[in-house]
Every structure is written in C-alpha cells, then in structure tokens.
Design a protein around this ligand. Structure first.
Ligand code: FAD
Ligand code: DHB
Length: 481
C-alpha cells in the first residue's frame, strides 16, 4: 500500500474543497484533495451562478478572482415578478453598497482547478472507495487509485464531499444531529446560448409554479421552472420548456425572451438540511457536506465559501500561532450563519413556489405577503428606513448581523418585513428597544445574544423560524410609513 502524510487531507474537489485547498496552499499549509470523480465530470455540473460580495472577497484573498473580475456580471439588484408585474429589489441601496456577481460555478471551479495545477498542489481524481478513519486521534484517508490501495495520514481531514459524501456518514450517529426538509417539488433547469431576457435575474411567482430567469454571460442564459419531483429532464423537449417558461414570466419577459436549443437540461430537488456540529475531533465538515439550502435564495455556494473562509483562517491560526481557538469556534461560527440562511430560504422558498397541498387560504396569505414585497421597492422607502435606522442606531448585534450575515438577499426579507412600518416600529419589529441602543431586545423571551456562540437550531434557528413569521403577520399589515 502506498502511504504519504500531509497536514490537511481534503475530501471532495467541489468549490468548497478547491477553495479551501487554495487558501491553505497560499498560507504554506501542505494539503491534498481526494475526489471520486474526474475533473471533467466535476466541471460538467451546472449549478450556482450568483456570488455574494463576501464570496468574491474570499476569492480575491485566494488569488483566483482575476477572470471573475473581467468576465463576471455585477448586479446591483434583482427583479421579482408576480401578478403580471415586475419589481426591482435594489441591493446596493438596501445594503449600503453591496452587489452580487453573476459568475458560473463551473467557471469558478475551473479557475480553482487551474491555479491548483499551476502551483503544483496535488489533487487525486477518480479515487475509488474513499474512506476516513481515526479522526478522534490519528486521522487517515484511504482509497483506491488505478487498482492500488493508498493511504494519507494527516493532522486534520476536511469533509468537503457534498451532501451525498462519505465524511458526514462516517460520524457515529450519536455524535451528530441532523435537520431536514425535502420540498415536494424540484427545479428543471435549461442552459442555452441565447441573450438573457433581462439585465437582472427575475424570480417569478405564478399560479402554475415558480420560474427563474438567470444568466451566465451576455450571450448565455440559465432558466428554471418549478416541476414535480418525479419529472425527468429527458421528457421535456426544448419547446415544452420555453412554452412553460413563457406562461410563468411577466408579459414583457414573455414577449422579448429569445429562445434557442438547450445546451443542458437537468432536474434538481429542493432540500433544507443542517448537520450539527460541524466538527468531530480532527474532522471538519464544510459546504454541502454539512448543509443544504433550497436554491431559491442562491445561498448554497456562498455559505460553502463562508465555511471555508472560517476553516482556512482557523487552520492558519493553528499552524502559525499554535492556537486552536479558531478550530474550537469553527462549528459555532459557521452554524450561526448557516441558520440565518436556512431561515431566509425557509421563508423565501414557499413564498415563491406553488405548494401542491396549499388550500385557498394559504394561497391568499402568500399573495398578500408578496404584495408587501411588491410595494416596498416601488415605494422606495424601506431602503432609507434601513439605512437611517442603521445610522441612528449603529445596529446592535442581532440586527446588524442579520443584515450583514444574510447580505443582499436578507434585505429582500427585511424590506418586505419593514414595509409599512415607521422607523421606530421597524426598530421594535426587529427586536431593538428604542431606549436601549446597542442592547438587543429579546422577542418572545428568546435569547438572541447567545445564539451565535452556541450555534444551532436550539437558539438562533428555532427562534428565527418561529419568530419572524409571527411578527410579520401581526405587525406589518396595518402600519404605515
Ligand atoms: P459539491 O459541489 O457537491 O462538491 C462535492 C464534491 O465532493 C464533488 O466533486 C463530489 O464528486 C465529491 N465527492 C462526493 N463524494 C465523495 C467521496 N466519497 N469521495 C471523494 N469525493 C467525493 N448556490 C449559490 O450560492 N448560488 C446559486 O446561484 C446556486 N444555484 C444552484 C442551482 C442549482 C440548480 C443547484 C443544484 C445548486 C445551486 N447552488 C447555488 C448550490 C451550490 O451549487 C452548492 O452549494 C455548492 O456546489 C456546494 O459546494 P461543495 O463543494 O460544498 O459541494
Ligand atoms: C441561479 C441559481 C439559483 O438558485 C438562483 O437563486 C439564482 C441563479 C443560476 O443558476 O443562475
């Protein structure tokens, strides 16, 4: 058996594994990536397209963002369509300057693979029967390559092997807690060499189901339609797809949309999933291996990048400063952010989709909620409310982190949430006592201050899931600007 030793063994060459590998390599930390598929297969998976500012910043730090800055499309906002009309959510205004960058996951993966190869950092593709052992004391990764067994001894293992990977599955059941929701529908995606229908993405809510108009470049479009879970991409001709998409978008988009042959078509399920904790001795989980959000909020890759940012810094701190403080905090910090994104996606996904089991009351309630989202950007004032409230209060922990943590998409939630509130009501609504600047008030007696430290459903997650919708229904409707 061939054996070798590295400081960090990374399982999985998706965006998480490759980005972690690059950040560690730049910091002089010796690492190897073990991937079960070929590089071509990994590059052939069409997935994410929207990168948030924090992800772009991290890619800059990793030294792999040159092409992204040349070719990526900066979007200042996004569009939402419902009831035959279109509305813009202006991220730049709502967040005080943040934007998103449209750049395909495939391109990002290619950039990371190329730099890794140029710099001579090792990746073992087509590794079979990958398994992890001894992560309580002496971690080892084993696999077969070209028929021979190989073993890598290491200080730490990073489990970046996605939702179906083996690292999470190798943890004893008693040591891990998982939370999961599978939505009763999927997304059928189509990629085509056609100019995008709009300069910004359009998220469409329609009685026939959700649709999304996205893009990869000024000449390449990516579209999605909500479909049933058992749908097969092969049973949809291109014409069927375009016809269905046209029915669901707003009239202007339907009229101006340029159609053409598909380059790729695939069905993706929608799932929310979190595993807690994200550290098991010397094994750390990152990205989809630990959590999944439904794609509606474009958060999965961005969360994966944020995990990797925390983990890379913690490992650098361990080797450079001989401190394990960052490693000890990793799981709590990552989960704090993850639950906020789960909360956002949990709210945004049902809002935008047709839910098969909905009764008419649910449909009405959803359409009423959508109308707040629609009114707020056109009224223009929630952005100023947020910003002026931010200026006046220098938002305390929970609210400030809510905005910064969720980045631009969080503001979509916030703008709908704040619509119709006066500034003081808005402050009250997000749990900030007017008379106690800097001191978060606790809605319904739930702890906010400790939630991030503890990291998990028990505080941040549970309070978020229960609290926000309750406040929305009871507070927002009757208030005015
Ligand atoms: P993965 O990309 O799943 O990579 C895991 C890697 O591990 C794979 O290469 C896999 O082959 C490998 N692996 C698995 N098992 C093993 C094993 N046993 N041994 C070795 N290697 C193994 N996110 C966004 O932020 N914005 C978006 O716009 C967005 N849109 C999306 C649209 C769709 C349709 C989908 C499906 C997802 C979207 N996402 C989006 C989510 C995003 O694609 C994922 O969150 C991201 O790919 C996670 O990266 P990862 O490296 O953690 O996992
Ligand atoms: C894309 C995917 C998403 O899930 C999303 O919310 C926005 C864009 C895309 O593939 O372009």
């Amino acid at each position: 058996m061939e054996t070798r030793r590295v400081q960090v063994a990374i399982v999985g060459a998706g965006p998480s594994g490759l980005l972690l590998g690059q950040l560690l390599h730049r910091a002089g930390i010796d690492n190897v990536i073990v991937e079960q598929r070929s590089a071509e297969y990994v590059l052939g998976r069409i997935r994410a397209g929207v990168l948030e500012q924090t992800t772009v910043d991290l890619l800059d730090e990793a030294g792999v963002a040159a092409r992204l800055h040349r070719e990526g499309l900066i979007h200042e906002g996004t569009q939402m369509a419902f009831g035959g009309k279109r509305y813009q959510i202006n991220f730049r205004k709502l967040t005080g300057g943040k934007t998103v960058t449209v750049y395909g996951q495939t391109e990002l993966t290619r950039d990371l693979m190329e730099v890794r190869q140029e710099e001579g950092a090792p990746t073992i593709y087509e590794a079979l029967d990958v398994s992890v052992h001894g992560f309580d004391a002496n971690p080892v990764v084993r696999f077969h390559k070209d028929g021979a067994e190989q073993e890598i001894g290491c200080d730490f293992i990073a489990g970046c092997d996605g939702y179906h990977g083996i690292t999470r599955a190798s943890v004893p059941a008693a040591a891990i807690r998982t939370f999961e929701r599978v939505y009763p529908f999927g997304w059928l995606g189509l990629l085509s060499e056609t100019p995008p229908v709009s300069e910004e993405l359009i998220y469409c809510n329609h009685p026939r189901g959700f649709a999304l108009c996205s893009m990869r470049s000024p000449t390449r479009s990516r579209y999605y339609v909500q479909c049933s879970l058992d749908e097969k991409a092969e049973s949809w001709t291109d014409q069927m797809f375009w016809d269905e998409l046209r029915r669901r978008v707003d009239p202007e988009a339907a009229e101006t949309m340029v159609t053409g042959p598909s380059i790729e078509k695939s069905v993706a399920p929608l799932r929310s999933f979190v595993a807690e904790p994200m550290r098991f001795g010397k094994l750390f989980l990152a990205g989809d291996a630990a959590h999944i959000v439904p794609p509606t909020g474009a958060k999965g890759l961005n969360l994966a990048a944020s995990d990797v940012g925390f983990l890379a810094r913690a490992l650098v701190e361990f080797y450079r400063d001989k401190s394990s403080a960052g490693l000890d905090r990793y799981s709590g910090r990552a989960l704090c952010r993850i639950w906020k994104a789960e909360r956002f996606s949990w709210w945004f996904t049902p809002l935008m989709h047709r839910i098969p089991e909905d009764v008419p009351r649910d449909v009405r309630a959803r359409s009423s909620q959508l109308s707040w989202v629609g009114r707020s950007p056109s009224g223009g004032w929630p952005a100023s409310t947020i910003l002026s409230a931010r200026r006046q209060l220098s938002w305390p922990v929970e609210a400030g982190e809510f905005i910064d943590g969720l980045s631009v998409f969080g503001c979509l939630f916030l703008s709908s949430f704040l619509n119709g509130c006066s500034a003081s009501e808005a402050r009250q609504a997000v749990g900030i006592d007017r008379g106690a600047v800097g001191k978060p008030r606790t809605p319904q007696g739930l702890s906010t201050g400790s939630s991030c430290g503890a990291g998990g459903l028990s505080t941040a997650g549970a309070s978020g899931l229960r609290w926000w919708p309750v406040s929305l229904s009871s507070k927002t409707v009757a208030l005015q600007t």
